[in-house]
Design a protein around this ligand. Structure first.
Ligand code: ZN
Length: 389
């Protein structure tokens, strides 16, 4: 497979393109970040916060998982602007212990209101299976809920300003730093449908999972639905990403929250800890399986993805990254067994579903016996079939 000469992301990476020297457009977008007038962006942020301060029940809503980005975001906004936010978590059902302990501690240290919403697990399981079958991505409930639920809550509490974390331009080029509307990284319905829903609306999803033997109430899909745009406009809603206003440095941000709030890092299934010192993706115990699907489909996984960041930020040489990627990427995660229990598939069925969506020229090897090491908290992860525990 063709890979970027710098960061080693392969041609199967979404939205990737290569220039004549063999460097990719994501590396290019990172370079562009240096051309941004951050001082001007910061003034814009000052203005937005001034316009919203003290006028509503809360100054803003912040979607808050307890992961590094949302924690940094709350810390930064509360310290720099002394704002009063409402933190909201859409709980996907797979929160790991270290993250929960971080959250409990940080909420107390900061002194802030927090709403934790956990959707119906029986619906989540159905939706996971359906979105996996159709898109080989079982995280539809999470992609949609994390974005739509805080916006629904903004409507309920009549709080127009919503802060998401880093801008999308860090990850792909559907949107880049220069095409953001007025310099803002706005979340809207078009974008929601383009990035979050995998092309399946909540209404479609209801039609897929509602059967005669096992009917599903339409209302169970509300948390995954983008609200009426007219109502949002009435509210003058303003969803923005903090990362559009200040340069986003994962390593530095993580250092800040470790030091100032005692945020603790954790292992990530399938990834050697030494490359993930910034604590990426440690919130969810299904992450290893999600990354494994990506490896089967596209021939790269979390190790390569984290290392591409490390290389772009000059924290690792391309050669070092290559060696580590080859050694660790694509090991089968122990969490796969748990996922299969949730959705009621065998590994054979799982492989057959994945095989329909493999991105050429990648060819997956389903026979590999390389197994990732269990993380310390593996035995605490919720098992659907308790007999197998
Ligand atoms: Zn690259």
């Amino acid at each position: 497979m063709k890979k970027c000469v710098k960061c080693h992301l392969p041609e199967t990476y979404e939205t990737i393109e290569f220039d004549k020297n063999g460097a990719c457009n994501i590396c290019e977008a990172t370079n562009k970040k240096q051309d941004i007038d951050w001082a001007k962006r910061k003034l814009l942020l000052d203005r937005i916060i001034d316009e919203h301060r003290g006028k509503y029940a809360y100054d803003c809503i912040i979607p808050f998982s307890g992961g590094k980005d949302s924690v940094f975001q709350v810390y930064y906004l509360m310290k720099e602007y002394k704002i009063k936010p409402l933190l909201v978590r859409f709980n996907h059902g797979f929160i790991r212990k270290t993250i929960q302990e971080n959250v409990d501690k940080i909420l107390k240290k900061l002194g802030v209101d927090f709403i934790d919403f956990t959707p119906n697990w029986k619906i989540v399981k159905k939706v996971m299976l359906e979105s996996f079958r159709r898109k080989t991505d079982f995280c539809w409930h999470c992609h949609t809920g994390i974005y739509s639920y805080p916006i629904r809550l903004a409507l309920m509490h009549k709080v127009p300003l919503i802060f998401y974390g880093e801008p999308q331009a860090e990850f792909n080029t559907y949107y880049d730093y220069n095409t953001d509307v007025d310099g803002l990284d706005l979340e809207n319905e078009e974008r929601f449908n383009m990035i979050r829903t995998l092309g399946i609306t909540a209404e479609d999803m209801h039609g897929m999972i509602d059967t005669q033997e096992d009917p599903v109430d339409k209302r169970d899909l509300i948390p995954y639905t983008f609200p009426e745009i007219r109502e949002l406009e009435k509210l003058n809603y303003m969803p923005v990403s903090l990362g559009s206003f200040i340069p986003w440095d994962h390593h530095k941000n993580t250092e800040v929250i470790k030091r100032e709030l005692g945020w603790k890092i954790d292992e990530l299934e399938g990834v050697p800890s030494k490359i993930n010192q910034h604590g990426e993706k440690i919130e969810c115990f299904m992450q290893g399986t999600r990354d494994y699907v990506k490896f089967l489909k596209r021939g790269y996984s979390r190790v390569s993805q984290i290392n591409s960041f490390n290389v772009r930020n000059n924290r690792m040489t391309p050669d070092e990254a290559k060696k580590i990627n080859e050694k660790y990427d694509g090991r089968k995660p122990p969490s796969l067994e748990i996922f299969l229990e949730y959705v009621g598939l065998t590994e054979q069925e799982f492989n057959e579903i994945v095989d329909r969506t493999v991105i050429p020229p990648h060819q997956p090897n389903y026979q590999s016996n390389e197994i990732a090491t269990k993380t310390w908290d593996f035995d605490q992860w919720y098992r659907e079939d308790n007999k197998k525990k």
